[in-house]
Every structure is written in structure tokens, then in C-alpha cells.
Write a protein that binds this ligand. Structure first.
Ligand SMILES: C[S@@+](CC[C@H](N)C(=O)[O-])C[C@H]1O[C@@H](n2cnc3c(N)ncnc32)[C@H](O)[C@@H]1O
Length: 258
């Protein structure tokens, strides 16, 4: 059983693709329409579907059956039950790869990148990920302090990811910041940067792996503190300026080769 078999049952309800992330992805993608893109850790296929709707063929690789079962079938998407570290796909069977908030779940980063590079025939690799050096600045860690350690031990530092990507592909990697919009529709960990109330919703929390990993005592304590601070106005006084911003750079990044 994979982590997402345990926590992903309602994933497609809260983790809807965000159109701004999808458009950004399309802008970075250098492959021409009609070519094949491999989506590694495709989840329920929200970004794979976007590419399919824009004229690409997609091989969606996903080890969790609970996630795959929620995918809406599309004739241009082929689903494969596999892990990034061992892809049952011929060399050069895709022209590029996307890895959307999945890289930090891989067990062996280097092996996964070698495999992905083999399958793309040294094509473009695009990773949407989080910069762990930014986590201490995010107000949510005031309520759930162990997020800091969890994120730092889970996400590869951006400079390490760049080095790994460059070593495997032999090409220079680029980094693009992705400030999160206020009304982000893909409810991942920082979705509530300017809307703290969303974290009080258990459905939203259930789609976020960092919350799934929290001890029950820390979760309960953090939620009641947040609720109290929202009711008393403490949150507003400290962080209320965020409600006035349209977007905020919490630390999400596209890291990609050409
Ligand atoms: C946070 S979800 C992201 C899903 C999708 N990319 C999206 O953006 O909606 C991470 C996904 O990575 C998958 N995953 C975990 N370990 C993996 C591995 N070793 N290889 C490929 N996918 C993996 C999980 O099953 C899960 O579906």
C-alpha cells in the first residue's frame, strides 16, 4: 500500500489543477503539440489532462491505485502503474517529462532522474516543487512547528535539485519562482497563505501529505490555536496584510532543463 492509497481517497475533490500553474507549465514545455509527455507521479491526472486537452499525448505514471481510479479517462492519456525509480517504458518513448509536486515522494532521487532521462531520451524534464529554505518564513509553522523539520527533510534543496538535474541531463537547469495566487484551486500545503480558514476544513487537510504525517496531539493543538487566533483577531494583527495581496511567494518553484 502506498502513502496515497491511504490518504488520497478524496484527492480529486480538493486537489483540482490550478489554471495558472497549468499555463505556466505549458509555457515552459518546449515539446511541440502531438508529442508524448511522461507525467511522473501523475496522481489523479489533473495536469496530465490539461496537456492532453492541449494536443499532447501523455503517459501518466502513478503507483497508487486509489489515485489512478479517480482519474477521468482521456483518449490521449495512457496510465501506467509504476514508480519513477523503475519505469517499465522503452528508452526515448517520450519527448519530455513533468513531475508536479511528486519529486519529494520519490525514494531514490538520482535513480528516478536517471530513469526519467532514459525514457525522455535526454529530453526536457520539468519539476514543480517547493524550496525547503522558505518554510520557516511561512506563518503556518507557528501553529504546526514540525512542518519545518518535515519539509526540510522531505524536499531536496533547490540547489541540489539543480545539480542532480544538470548531472543527469548534461544541460543547464533553470529555476522560475511561482508566487501562489490568492484563490489557488489546487489545495496543496500552502493553499491558505492568505485564507487561513481553509486549514480548519478537514477535507482540505486530508489532501495534504504534511498534515497526514502530523501527530494527533500537534494537529489538535495547532487547529485550536489557529481557531482561537482567528476569533480573537490575533492572526489578523500578525498576518492580516496577506489578505490584501493577490499573490504571495511562499516558495514554490519550477526547476527545469531545456
Ligand atoms: C502530491 S501527489 C501529486 C499528484 C499530481 N502530480 C498532481 O500534481 O496532482 C504526489 C504523487 O506522487 C506519487 N508517488 C509517490 N511516490 C512515487 C514514486 N516513487 N514514483 C512515482 N510517483 C510517486 C503519489 O502516489 C502521488 O500520487
Amino acid at each position: 500500500m502506498t502513502l496515497y492509497d491511504a490518504i488520497g481517497r478524496n484527492y480529486s475533490q480538493t486537489r483540482k489543477r490550478d489554471p495558472r500553474i497549468a499555463v505556466n507549465l505549458l509555457e515552459i514545455l518546449q515539446s511541440s503539440q502531438g508529442s508524448t509527455i511522461v507525467d511522473i507521479g501523475a496522481g489523479t491526472g489533473s495536469y496530465a489532462t490539461f496537456l492532453a486537452e492541449h494536443g499532447y499525448r501523455v503517459i501518466a505514471v502513478e503507483p497508487s491505485s486509489i489515485m489512478r481510479e479517480q482519474a477521468i479517462a482521456h483518449p490521449a492519456i495512457q496510465w501506467v502503474d509504476a514508480r519513477a525509480e523503475n519505469l517499465p517504458l522503452p528508452s526515448s518513448s517520450a519527448g519530455a517529462a513533468i513531475i508536479m509536486l511528486a519529486f519529494h515522494h520519490f525514494q531514490d532521487y538520482s535513480k528516478a532522474l536517471e530513469e526519467i532521462n532514459r525514457v525522455t531520451g535526454n529530453g526536457q524534464i520539468i519539476v514543480f516543487t517547493y524550496d525547503p529554505s522558505a518554510i520557516a518564513d511561512f506563518w503556518l509553522t507557528k501553529y504546526f512547528p514540525s512542518f519545518t523539520e518535515d519539509v526540510r527533510s522531505t524536499f531536496l534543496p533547490i540547489s541540489n535539485l539543480v545539480s542532480e538535474l544538470e548531472a543527469v541531463t548534461g544541460k543547464t537547469a533553470k529555476i522560475t519562482d511561482f508566487p501562489l495566487p490568492y484563490d489557488l484551486s489546487d489545495s496543496f500545503a500552502a493553499v491558505g497563505w492568505g485564507r487561513p480558514e481553509v486549514y480548519l476544513n478537514s477535507k482540505i487537510r486530508n489532501g495534504i501529505s504534511s498534515f497526514a504525517k502530523l501527530e494527533a496531539t500537534e494537529l489538535d493543538r495547532g487547529l485550536s490555536c489557529l481557531k482561537e487566533d482567528l476569533e480573537s483577531g490575533v492572526w489578523e494583527r500578525e498576518f492580516g496584510y496577506l489578505r490584501k495581496q493577490q499573490q504571495y511567494d511562499v516558495g514554490y518553484r519550477f526547476v527545469y532543463s531545456s
